[in-house]
Design a protein around this ligand. Structure first.
Ligand code: NAD
Length: 436
C-alpha cells in the first residue's frame, strides 16, 4: 500500500519510517526544503534514538522517500496522513489549525484518485468535519473519507511506541475509511496491538482526554511532593505506595519540575478552550494548567533558596544540567528549563548549561544562558548545580570532580535521581523534590 505523510517532524517522520519498515511504500512530504534536503542526504533533522538507522534501511530498500512536492507525494497514495503541527494559537490558547487546513486544501486540489485523508496531528473535536468541508470546497470529485487517527508516541521512545502501541485509535465515519485504515495497520494488528474503532469526534477527543489525564496525574504527584516537603514525608515512597494499587498504576507518578514539551501544555490549553466553547468547562484541567504554570518558575525560586535566598543569589552562578523537557530528545518546546533559567536571570543569577542534545534548539530560547561543551565545563565556578532533565549522563556524576570545579558544593536535583544520603555524604548541600 502507498502512504503519503504530510509533515515530516517528530510524528510524521517516525510514523512514516515505521510504516515503511512494515512494508508499505511511504513518501514523507514537508514544505521545509532544508529538512527534505537533509533527509535525502541521510541527515536526521531531529534527534530520536534509532531513527537514523530505520530511515537509512528503508530508503535503501526503496520503501521510503522524501519530497517537498505534495501533488507528487500523494499521487497514488491510498492514505494521506496529515502530521503537521497544531501549536497554541497566539493570544487565546486555541489550537492553531492553519497548517492542517492548508494541507487539506492542497490535498483537495491535488488529489486525482479516491483516498482516505487521515488527521494524525492532535486536533480539536470537529476538525475532521472542517477538513472534509475544505476538501469538498476545492471541487475534488474523488471519493474521500476523512479519518481521525491520533498519535500517542512519546519522543525519546517513539519508534518502540509506534511499533508496539498500547492501542490504535481510529475514528471513521464510513466503511471505506475503516477498511483502508485496517490495511494500513494490518502489520500491527498481527502484532496484536488492539485497534479501537470509534466515531471521528470521539477519536479526536480521546487524544485530548488522554493527555489531560496524564498531565493531571503528574500535577497531582507534584502537589503531593510539595506537601511531603512541608510535613516531613517522602514523595518517592508515596508514589510507590499509591502506584502499587492497580487502579492507580505506577506510571506518570514521578514528581519533578512540572510537565513541559510539545504536547501537554498546548493540548491541555486547547481542551480548556474546546470545553469552554461547548459550555462544559473542565475545572480539574483548568486547575492543572494553572498549577503547572506556576510550578516551573517556582523551581527557579527553589534553586535561589539553595543559594541562600534572593539577596545571596544575586551575582552568583548556577549550572543547569539538562535543558530538554525530558531525556533522549532535542525538543525544547515548553521545557521547564526555560522558565527556570528566566527566573534565575531575573534575580541577577548568571546561568551556564549543558544538555547532550538540546543546546542548538535551546540557544535562541534562552539567549542569556552560557551553553557549555560538557556538564563539567558548565559546573566550573558555579555556586550551585541544578539537574533539570534526567539524562543518563547525569546519573553518575563524579562528585569529587564537581567539588573541585564548583565554587560551592550545592546540588538541586529537580528529578530526584540521587539518594539524599549519598549526595550529602559526598559533602554536598542537597535539595530535591518532595523529600524533606
Ligand atoms: P513538528 O513541528 O516536529 O513537525 C511538523 C512538520 O510539518 C514540520 O516539519 C513542518 O515543516 C511541516 N509542515 C507544516 N505545514 C506543512 C505543509 N503545509 N505541508 C507540508 N509540511 C508542513 O511537529 P510534531 O511534533 O511532529 O507534531 C505534529 C502533530 O502531532 C501535532 O499536532 C502534535 O500535537 C501531534 N503529536 C506530537 C507528538 C510528539 O511527541 N511530538 C506526539 C503525539 C502527537
Amino acid at each position: 500500500m502507498k502512504i503519503a505523510m504530510v509533515g515530516s517532524g517528530y510524528v510524521g517522520l517516525v510514523s512514516g519510517a515505521c510504516f515503511a519498515d512494515f512494508g508499505h511504500e511511504v513518501v514523507c512530504i514537508d514544505k521545509d526544503q532544508s529538512k527534505i534536503d537533509r533527509l535525502r542526504d541521510g541527515i536526521m533533522p531531529i534527534y530520536e534514538p534509532g531513527l537514523d538507522a530505520l530511515v537509512e534501511s528503508n530508503v535503501k530498500a526503496g520503501r521510503l522517500s522524501f519530497t517537498t512536492d505534495l501533488a507528487e507525494g500523494i499521487a497514488g497514495a491510498a492514505a494521506v496522513f496529515i502530521a503537521v503541527g497544531t501549536p497554541s494559537r497566539r493570544g487565546d490558547g486555541h489550537a492553531d489549525l492553519s497548517y492542517v487546513y492548508a494541507v487539506a486544501r492542497e490535498v483537495g486540489e491535488s488529489l486525482d484518485h479516491d483516498a482516505v485523508v487521515v488527521t494524525k496531528s492532535t486536533v480539536p473535536v470537529g476538525t475532521g468535519d472542517e477538513v472534509e468541508r475544505i476538501i469538498a470546497d476545492t471541487g475534488c470529485s474523488h471519493r474521500v473519507s476523512v479519518v481521525s487517527n491520533p498519535e500517542f508516541l512519546r519522543e525519546g521512545a517513539a519508534i518502540g511506541d509506534f511499533k508496539r502501541p498500547d492501542r490504535i485509535v481510529i475514528g471513521a465515519e464510513d466503511d471505506f475509511g475503516r477498511e483502508v485504515m485496517r490495511e494500513v495497520y494490518r502489520p500491527l494488528f498481527l502484532n496484536e496491538s488492539p485497534i479501537l474503532f470509534t466515531g471521528r469526534r470521539t477519536s479526536e477527543l480521546i487524544k485530548y482526554a488522554a493527555n489531560a489525564f496524564l498531565a493531571t496525574k503528574i500535577t497531582f504527584i507534584n502537589e503531593m511532593a510539595d506537601l511531603c516537603e512541608k510535613v516531613g514525608a517522602d514523595v518517592q515512597d508515596v508514589s510507590r505506595g499509591i502506584g502499587m494499587d492497580g487502579r492507580i498504576g505506577a506510571k506518570f507518578l514521578h514528581a519533578g519540575p512540572g510537565y513541559g514539551g510539545s504536547c501537554f501544555p498546548k493540548d491541555t490549553l486547547a481542551l480548556l478552550k474546546t470545553a469552554e466553547d461547548a459550555g462544559s468547562p473542565t475545572r480539574i484541567v483548568e486547575a492543572v494548567v494553572k498549577v503547572n504554570d506556576s510550578r516551573k518558575r517556582a523551581m527557579g525560586r527553589k534553586v535561589i533558596d539553595a543559594l541562600g535566598g534572593v539577596d545571596a543569589a544575586r551575582g552568583k552562578t548556577v549550572a543547569l544540567l539538562g535543558l530538554t523537557f525530558k531525556p533522549n530528545t532535542d525538543d525544547m518546546r515548553d521545557s521547564p528549563a526555560i522558565a527556570i533559567a528566566q527566573a534565575l536571570v531575573d534575580n541577577g543569577v548568571a546561568v551556564t548549561a549543558y544538555d547532550p542534545e538540546g543546546m542548538e534548539l535551546a540557544r535562541p530560547l534562552m539567549p542569556e544562558v552560557t551553553m557549555c561543551d560538557s556538564a563539567y565545563a558548565a559546573l566550573e565556578g558555579a555556586d550551585a548545580a541544578a539537574i533539570v532533565t534526567e539524562w543518563d549522563a547525569f546519573r553518575a556524576l563524579d562528585f569529587g570532580r564537581m567539588k573541585r570545579l564548583m565554587n560551592a558544593p550545592v546540588l538541586v536535583d529537580l528529578r530526584n535521581i540521587y539518594r539524599p544520603d549519598d549526595v550529602r555524604a559526598a559533602g554536598f548541600e542537597y535539595a530535591s523534590i518532595g523529600r524533606s
